[in-house]
Design a protein around this ligand. Structure first.
Ligand SMILES: [Zn+2]
Length: 269
């Protein structure tokens, strides 16, 4: 899967630092890999909380490969920690899977042990889904720019022979030392062919990846109403326009003071 464009868009929206751009791109690829398991109407929420310089990342992705997300950096950077155990450090990786609005979501949580998302996600698949898997996530940067953000999830289906699995495992071990070849892999098909060591394969389905945040002025209005008239009244008393930022897409919603007065009126009728 290649998510370069989406990862670039997210970095632009959130004005992330170079390190956060890379970490957010990795988390986005991870969220999209998880969403590949969603059936129509389902969505996943990936929540990574770490002790490294990336404090938290939240990614929402759905069955249509629509994704949004953000990252929170820790203000005090512990360089020593970041260099030794990856950007995330130790912590927790939680996956909340929602089937429909009415049904109970399923939550799977695994410890973040290695500080590297791909390794910890491999553990997640084994723990939560009881499936032997290999997960790869690579984000290549040139200065502050993302050159390529890609990832893969390989799982052995019933019927795969030990030889087939051993062949791919052997090749996967080599891939980690061949980072530079990434620039020649422009499409996900190139990546699959590369991972499978040029063995033949069939493509069963393809999905376009896109950035999408469902926030809107109407939704923000509804959540403002929920905070109650008292809180709204104190905003009104301050006499300033109210600015509300969507964490997921950095879209700014500005409520003129007259709009706040209007909301109080609607709230009380
Ligand atoms: Zn938004």
């Amino acid at each position: 899967m290649t998510a370069t464009e989406v990862a670039r868009q997210m970095a632009l929206r959130h004005h992330t630092s170079k390190e956060a751009t890379k970490a957010l791109a990795e988390a986005t690829v991870a969220g999209l890999i998880l969403s590949s398991y969603c059936k129509s109407g389902e969505k996943v929420n990936l929540n990574i909380q770490g002790s490294g310089w990336c404090k938290q990342a939240i990614i929402d992705a759905n069955a249509d490969a629509e994704v949004r997300g953000y990252i929170v950096e820790r203000p005090e950077i512990d360089i020593h920690l970041a260099r030794n155990i990856g950007p995330w450090g130790i912590g927790l990786l939680s996956v909340l899977r929602t089937k429909t609005e009415e049904s109970q979501p399923y939550i799977g949580t695994v410890p973040l042990l290695t500080g590297h998302l791909a390794k910890d996600l491999t553990f997640y698949w084994l723990q939560s889904e009881q499936v032997q898997s290999a997960v790869g996530i690579e984000v290549f940067m040139n200065g502050d720019e993302i050159v390529l953000a890609e990832g893969f999830l390989i799982q052995a289906l019933p019927g795969a022979t030990d030889e087939d699995i051993a062949l791919i495992e052997d090749h996967l071990k080599k891939i980690h030392t061949l980072k530079l070849e990434a620039e020649q892999r422009k499409t996900p098909l190139n990546l699959i062919s590369y991972i499978l060591d040029n063995q033949s394969f069939s493509v069963l389905d393809e999905t376009n990846i896109s950035f999408k945040c469902p926030c809107s002025i109407e939704r923000v209005k509804r959540s403002l109403c929920l905070i109650g008239s008292e809180e709204l009244r104190s905003m009104l008393d301050e006499g300033k326009d109210v600015e509300i930022l969507c964490d997921f897409c950095s879209e700014k919603y500005i409520f003129k003071i007259e709009m706040i007065a209007e909301l109080i009126k609607t709230n009380e009728t």
